[in-house]
Design a protein around this ligand. Structure first.
Ligand SMILES: Nc1ncnc2c1ncn2[C@@H]1O[C@H](COP(=O)(O)OP(=O)(O)O)[C@@H](O)[C@H]1O
Ligand code: SF4
Ligand SMILES: [Mg+2]
Length: 327
C-alpha cells in the first residue's frame, strides 16, 4: 500500500470545442496524504475544477481523461460509471463554490441531507433524520432540528454552504475537495467556513483539498501548496517553504497580488498583469512567457520540466526567483 491517499500522475483532460482541442489539464502530478490539507491555487481557467472533477469522476462524457488517479490504491481513470459511483460513496466528496446551484430549491434541507445519508448507507428514515441533525450540529448550524424543515432560500449563503458541507460529510469521506467553497461569501462568513473546514478536517482526520484562486487563503490553512498554471502544476512545496522561498515568477506574482494590511492601497482586485494562454492554441515553451518578468528567448521555445530542485520543493522554470533580501 502506498503512503498517499490520492496520487495524481500525469493527468491530462482534453475537450473538443468547436473543432479545437482544449487541453484543460496538462500533465498534472501531485499527491495528498491521509489527513493532509493541500491547497490547489491558480487563476480562473487554470484547470483546478476540471482536475478535481476528474478525481470525483464527475466530468462530462465529452472529456477525454488520460494519466493516472489512484485513490486509496485503486486506479480511477478508466473505471465504469458504476464503479465510479461506488468510489465516490466510498471516500471522496466535493463542495462547490455556489451552494444555491448545488441545493435543490424545491426540497426541504432535511430531505436533501437524508437522501445523501441513505445513498451512502441503508438506514431507516428515523435513523437518517437523527444522523442529519448530527451532521448539521457537526457543521455548527444553529437550531439544527428546525432547519431540517426549511427550504434553501430561507437560509443565508453561509448557512447553505454549511448544509452543503453536511451533505458532503454524509458519505464519511476520507478526502473532501472544497472547490472555491468560500469564494461567493462575504469576508466574515468566508473566515467562518474556512475555520469550520479546518476544524472538521482535524476532528474527522479527513484529507482536504482546498481549491482557491487566493494564495493568501492557503497560507494559514494548508500543509502543502500546489500552484497551477495553464492546466499544469508549476510549483509545489510545503506551505512554509513555499512562502519563504518562492521560485516560480508566477507564484511571486500571485503573492504580490495578495492585499496586505501595511499596504491598504493594494485592493482585493489586484491581479497578475496579462492574460493566461488560450488552451486551444498549444505553443512551444513555457506558457507563462508573455507575462513573465524573468522570461528569455529560451523560455519561448523550451518548456521547463516540473521537477524537484530542492528537497520537497518542485517547480517548472528556467530562471527561478532568488530568495528575497529580508529587512
Ligand atoms: N465542458 C467543457 N468543455 C470545454 N472546455 C471546458 C469544459 N469545462 C472546462 N473547460 C475549460 O477548461 C479550462 C479549465 O477550466 P477550470 O478547471 O474550470 O478552471 P478553474 O477551475 O481553474 O477556474 C477552461 O479553459 C475551461 O474553459
Ligand atoms: S521558464 Fe521562463 S517564462 Fe517560464 S516562468 Fe520561468 S522564467 Fe518565466
Ligand atoms: Mg473552478
Amino acid at each position: 500500500m502506498s503512503a498517499s491517499l490520492l496520487e495524481v500522475s500525469n493527468l491530462r483532460v482534453d475537450f473538443q470545442q468547436d473543432g479545437l482541442l482544449v487541453r484543460a489539464v496538462d500533465g498534472l502530478t501531485y499527491s495528498v496524504d491521509r489527513g493532509q490539507t493541500v491547497a490547489v491555487i491558480g487563476e480562473s481557467g487554470s484547470g483546478k475544477t476540471v482536475s478535481s472533477r476528474a478525481i470525483m469522476g464527475l466530468l462530462p462524457p465529452t472529456a477525454s481523461v488520460t494519466g493516472s488517479i489512484r485513490f486509496d490504491d485503486v486506479e480511477m481513470v478508466g473505471l465504469s460509471e458504476d464503479a465510479m459511483r461506488e468510489h465516490r460513496g466510498r471516500g471522496v466528496a466535493m463542495v462547490f463554490q455556489d451552494p444555491t446551484r448545488s441545493l435543490n430549491p424545491t426540497m426541504r434541507i432535511g430531505a436533501q441531507i437524508r437522501e445523501a445519508i441513505q445513498t451512502h448507507e441503508k438506514v431507516a428514515r428515523a435513523a437518517a433524520q437523527d444522523r442529519a441533525i448530527e451532521l448539521l450540529e457537526l457543521v455548527r448550524l444553529p437550531a439544527a432540528r428546525e432547519r431540517l424543515e426549511q427550504y434553501p432560500h430561507q437560509l443565508s449563503g453561509g448557512m447553505r454552504q454549511r448544509v452543503m458541507i453536511a451533505i458532503a460529510l454524509a458519505a464519511e469521506p476520507k478526502l473532501l475537495i472544497a472547490d472555491e467553497a468560500t469564494t461567493a461569501l462575504d469576508v466574515t462568513t468566508q473566515a467562518q467556513i474556512m475555520e469550520l473546514l479546518r476544524d472538521l478536517q482535524q476532528r474527522l482526520g479527513m484529507a482536504l483539498i482546498m481549491i482557491s484562486h487566493d494564495l493568501g487563503l492557503a497560507a494559514s490553512f494548508a500543509d502543502e501548496v500546489v500552484v497551477m498554471y495553464a492546466g499544469r502544476a508549476v510549483e509545489r512545496a510545503p506551505t512554509r517553504k513555499l512562502f519563504a522561498h518562492v521560485r516560480m515568477p508566477y507564484t511571486r506574482a500571485l503573492l504580490d497580488a495578495i492585499p496586505r494590511l501595511e499596504n491598504p492601497s493594494h485592493s482585493r482586485l489586484a491581479a497578475v498583469p496579462g492574460q493566461p494562454p488560450n488552451l486551444a492554441l498549444r505553443e512551444l515553451g513555457c506558457p507563462f512567457t508573455p507575462r513573465c518578468p524573468n522570461a528569455t528567448d529560451h523560455c519561448r521555445d523550451h518548456e521547463p520540466a516540473f521537477e524537484e530542485h530542492e528537497p520537497d520543493h518542485l517547480w517548472a522554470c528556467w530562471h527561478p526567483c532568488a530568495d528575497e533580501a529580508r529587512l
